[in-house]
Design a binder for this molecule. Structure first.
Ligand SMILES: *Cc1c(COP(=O)(O)O)cnc(C)c1O
Length: 236
C-alpha cells in the first residue's frame, strides 16, 4: 500500500499519462478530467489524494460512501472536492446517495431515472447524470444495452430534475487492445447518435490499465483507482 507521498507521485504520473495520451491524439490535455475511484480506500488515503490535488472522487457503494463521509469531511479540511456515484445503484439507496453526490454516472434505465426524479422533486433540486452503457456485452457489467442507449438517453433527458451530461462505460477487460478501443469507440458513436458533443459533453471511460485507449477514442473523464492507490486487496 503506497504512503501518502506515493499517492501524490502516482497522481502526478496518471496526469502525465493523460497528458501524453492527449498529445498523441491531437487533443488538449485540459479536455480530460481524472476521477479517482476510491472503493475500498479508507478516508485518510482519499484525503491524501485530495490534498495532492484530486478534485473528483467516485464511489461504488452507498454504504461505503456513507461510512467514510464524516471522517473524510473532517480530514479534507475545507479543500474542494466533488463526489460522483459510479457503481450499480439499487433503487432503495436513491434517497441516501443524494446526500453525498453531485452526479450519478450509473443510470442504467428509465426506472432508476424515475426514482431519482421523484426524490429530487421532493428535495427541490437537480442532479447531473450519465447513462451507463454496457459496451462490452459482458453479463457481469451493468448498463443499458448499446441498441437501447439512444432511446434511454432521450427518455431520461425528459425528466426535468435530471441533467444528462453524457455517457459512461466500463470497457471490455481484455489484453486485446483493439477490442478495448472498439468498446470505447462504441460509446462515443452512441453519444454522437444521441446528440452532438455540446449537448452531451461527457464521455466517462478508461481506467488505470487502459486510459490511453479511452483518451484516443474521445474520453473526457477517466476513472482511475489502482494506478494511484496501488492494487486493491482481493476479496476473500
Ligand atoms: C474501480 C473502478 C474504476 C477504476 O479501476 P482501476 O482499474 O483501479 O483504475 C473505474 N470505474 C469503475 C466503475 C470502478 O468500479
Amino acid at each position: 500500500m503506497p504512503a501518502d507521498a506515493d499517492i501524490r507521485a502516482n497522481l502526478a504520473a496518471v496526469r502525465e499519462r493523460v497528458h501524453a495520451a492527449c498529445v498523441a491524439a491531437g487533443r488538449a490535455s485540459d479536455e480530460v478530467e481524472v476521477l479517482l475511484a476510491t472503493k475500498t480506500q479508507p478516508a485518510g488515503r482519499i484525503a491524501a489524494a485530495v490534498a495532492a490535488g484530486a478534485r473528483l472522487i467516485g464511489e461504488n457503494r452507498v454504504q461505503e460512501l456513507a461510512a467514510k463521509d464524516t471522517e473524510l469531511t473532517a480530514l479534507v479540511d475545507g479543500l474542494p472536492y466533488e463526489r460522483h456515484f459510479i457503481g450499480h445503484l439499487q433503487s432503495n439507496k436513491v434517497n441516501q446517495v443524494l446526500r453525498y453526490v453531485s452526479c450519478v454516472q450509473s443510470v442504467d434505465g428509465v426506472e432508476l431515472a424515475d426514482r431519482l426524479q421523484r426524490r429530487l422533486e421532493t428535495l427541490d433540486r437537480t442532479l447531473d447524470v450519465l447513462v451507463q452503457v454496457n459496451t462490452s456485452g459482458e453479463a457481469s457489467k451493468s448498463g443499458v444495452a448499446p441498441d437501447e442507449a439512444v432511446a434511454v438517453v432521450r427518455e431520461v433527458a425528459e425528466r426535468d430534475r435530471l441533467r444528462v451530461r453524457g455517457l459512461m462505460t466500463v470497457g471490455l477487460q481484455s489484453p486485446d487492445e483493439a477490442a478495448v478501443r472498439a468498446s470505447y469507440r462504441a460509446l462515443r458513436e452512441l453519444r454522437d447518435r444521441a446528440a452532438d458533443a455540446a449537448a452531451l459533453p461527457v464521455l466517462s471511460m478508461g481506467m488505470s490499465g487502459d486510459l490511453e485507449a479511452a483518451v484516443a477514442e474521445g474520453a473526457t473523464m477517466v476513472r482511475v483507482g489502482s494506478a494511484v492507490f496501488g492494487p486493491r486487496p482481493q476479496p476473500a
